[in-house]
Structure formats: C-alpha cells, structure tokens
Design a protein around this ligand. Structure first.
Ligand SMILES: Cc1ncc(COP(=O)(O)O)c(C=O)c1O
Length: 404
C-alpha cells in the first residue's frame, strides 16, 4: 500500500503569497475603481536586455540547423558558461573557483531546496528568523525538523537565529551548535548585508565546528558598498566549509527564463567525504541540464555590452529602492535595507502587526506589500516592499504611503 511522506503534513497549509493574493482579490472585487500598486512579490518587471535577446535568437537559429543543433545539455552545464562564470564572478574577485566547481541549473530555488539531500537526516539546521522559507520547508519535507508549533510559529529541532533591529538584521553566531547553516546576503526579506569581517567569523566558526554554510547570494548584483563581499569565497577558508548559490533571476531578469548555479568547491568535505561528487551524482541522476539557449543567454550577460545593459536594469531597481527608502524615511518610518538589496524592510508604525499594516496599506493606499511575519515570527511588526516595480508606480505608491 502506498503511503505518503508524512513530513509534508508538518507544513502549515497555506502559502504566504497565496494568502496575500486572496486578500488582494477580495479587496479588488469590492473596490473595482481602486488602482492597486503591487510591491509585494519579488518578481522583476524590466524586459530582458537586448544582448540576452540577441543571444537567445542566435541560439534558437542554431537549434534549427542540423550542424549546430544541440540535444541534452551536459548535466553540469556547458563549458562556455562555466568558464565564463568562474572567470567573471569569482577569479576576477580573487576567489579561486574553477569551472568544474560550478554546477549550472535552472535557478537558485531548486538548488537551495535540494542541497539538503546530501546531508544526513539527523543533521540540525540553523536559519535566520525572518528567513526565505525554502530553506526551512525543504528540510521539513526531508524529515530533518520536528513538528510545527503554531504558538511559536516554529519547527522543532531547528536553530533559529533572530535577526532584529538590535543586531542590524545580521545574526549572531549560534550558541547551540548546528550542522548546516543557511545564510543569505544581501538578505531576503530584510535587505541587510554582512561585512567581509563579519562573514569571516562565520567561516571560521563553520571550520572550527565542522559545519557547512549554505550561502545564498542570489542578490549579489545589488551590492553597492565596498567591504561587502559578493561571494563567501572572498573569505579565507570558505572553500573548506561553504556552498554558494547564485541566480540570474534578479541579476538579469531571468525569473521567467530560469538560470542559476551552485558552487561546490572540491576541498569541501564532511567527515572526510567530498560533497562535490555527491552533488555531481545527484545532478546527473535527477537533472537533465538547463536549456542550451538559456545558457547562451546567460553567457551574454558577461559580454561588455550585456554587462552594461544589466547594470542599467539594476540601476533602475536601485533607484526605485532609493525612492522608497528616502520617501519613507522622510515620512518618519523606520526603514532599512534598500542600499545593497532590492528589498526595503520597514517597521510597521503605531505598534501595528504585519498583517494589520498590510490591511491598512491595502485599504488606505491601495498598495500591496509583504507582511514580515510571513517570513517567520522574527518578522512580526515588519513589512517588506520590493524595488522591482515600475518606476512611476513605485513613486506613486510612496506618495500614497506618505499621505496616510
Ligand atoms: C533568497 C533567494 N534565494 C533564491 C531565490 C530563487 O531564485 P531563482 O529564481 O533563481 O530560483 C530567491 C527568489 O526569490 C530568493 O529570494
């Protein structure tokens, strides 16, 4: 008799963005004249860069000719892309990462969700609170956590590392020793970043305590300030303890095209076992490679023309972030993030809870954001706005919030 994986039943029923969508739909149905501005889900709005479109067209044409047609892509990614990534994203920043330590995939979400398969189920994870939910949920599904406690909104057997205004939304090293540590900088949802010195402490901690850091750098392209590391491999010893996830989604607007990669250094071992061949084995067994045309499109963002175009796109979102950040600051809100990240994290005014502020903003300003508590109990009383919207609408949303 077939039975299900009961770990799935531990997950609380609804998903944050579907709850938001339901509330917005109800409001829109009742107020058809309201012009709702959505600064909630972190999806991009700018079209793909011309260099990307050109590369896609060229690759499509190749697929239409017998001589240049390509079938299955190599599981780990085409060499042309892995060589380019290793050189441009790592070696040029002084990080000694080789092309064969890069595993191309169709995005960071799957890799962040799947990486836990390499580790024993009795490993204990540490996550930030608030957190990008994929890290926790994928471990719940695998049976690596205890039950969900609705009173605390937390799962058992997880080390939660509180990120609050007191610690600048950067967690302290955990006192209770975990095995796997998920870190994400620039952070979703808080927009916080970590300095190189601070990140070095995590790398040292992981090496001293035999932990593995799972480092999500999906928003690396938004870093503007010096001394903020773009990669964990800028820290000494990171190749011995860290995996890094990257995504083309926010860097180059590939949310619909799908491309990302994971770096697993060959020096990274757990009790003497190398992780690299295990991930290669997993990739080979469960994944058949990102499409050729998409990998060619990814390569195009590293050309001088492509780079200039994606930097212009990122500049557009950065300007949106600045408009939100400065507008809300001028209206007396307590805000953070937005400088090295596309997310602005604001404290709900007048002691409102995250969902109270969500309703208030929707009803009074017709603006949709994301309640901070949706990312964990540490996000209660906070709210996330994204800089990925249209410029005019973003500015309009800020004016409406200021006028409340
Ligand atoms: C922190 C973080 N990691 C990973 C992802 C997923 O990226 P991708 O589109 O490459 O799957 C997101 C997307 O929102 C994210 O916020």
């Amino acid at each position: 008799m077939a039975t299900i994986n009961k770990n799935y039943l531990k997950l609380p029923g609804s998903y944050l963005f579907s709850d938001i969508a339901k509330k917005v739909k109800k409001f829109a149905d009742a107020n058809p004249e309201a012009e709702i501005i959505r600064l909630g889900i972190g999806d991009v709005t700018r079209p793909l860069a011309p260099a990307v479109i050109k590369a896609l067209h060229a690759a499509v044409d190749e697929m239409g000719q017998a001589e240049t047609f390509r079938g299955y892509a190599p599981d780990l990614g085409y060499e042309f892309l892995r060589d380019t990534i290793a050189r441009e994203d790592f070696q040029k920043r002084g990080c000694d990462i080789a092309p064969d330590e890069i595993f191309v995939s169709d995005g960071a979400k799957c890799d962040c969700g799947n990486i836990q398969e390499l580790f024993a189920t009795d490993n204990r994870i540490a996550v930030c609170d608030p957190v990008y939910p994929v890290y926790v949920d994928s471990n719940v599904m695998a049976g690596r956590t205890g039950d969900y406690d609705p009173t605390t909104d937390r799962f058992g057997n997880v080390v939660y590392m509180t990120c609050s205004a007191e610690n600048g939304f950067v967690p302290q090293l955990p006192e209770e020793k975990p095995d796997l540590i998920y870190l994400c900088f620039p952070n979703n949802p808080t927009g916080a970043v970590i300095t190189k010195n601070e990140l070095q402490k995590w790398v040292d901690y992981a090496n001293e305590n035999d932990c593995v850091i799972l480092y999500d750098a999906a928003y690396e392209a938004f870093i503007t300030e010096e001394n903020i590391p773009h990669s964990i491999y800028e820290c000494d010893g990171a190749k011995n303890c860290a995996v890094e996830f990257r995504s083309f989604s926010k860097t180059a607007g590939f949310t619909g095209l799908r491309l990302g990669f994971t770096v697993i250094p060959k020096d990274l071992t757990c009790k003497g076992e190398k992780l690299h061949p295990l991930w290669a084995r997993r990739h080979g067994t469960k994944y058949n490679g990102a499409p050729y045309i998409v990998q060619r499109a990814g390569e195009a963002i590293y050309t001088p023309e492509g780079r200039a175009q994606i930097m212009e796109q990122i500049g557009y979102y950065r300007e949106n972030a600045k408009i939100i950040l400065e507008g809300l600051q001028s209206a007396g809100y307590t805000v953070s993030g937005g400088v090295n990240a596309p997310y602005i994290w604001l404290k709900c005014p007048d002691g409102m809870s995250s969902w109270q502020f969500f309703d208030h903003l929707l009803q009074k300003a017709n603006v949709v954001g994301t309640p901070g508590v949706g990312f964990g109990p540490g996000g209660e009383g906070y709210f996330r706005l994204t800089a990925f919207g249209d410029r005019d609408k973003t500015a309009q949303a800020v004016e409406r919030i200021k006028a409340l």
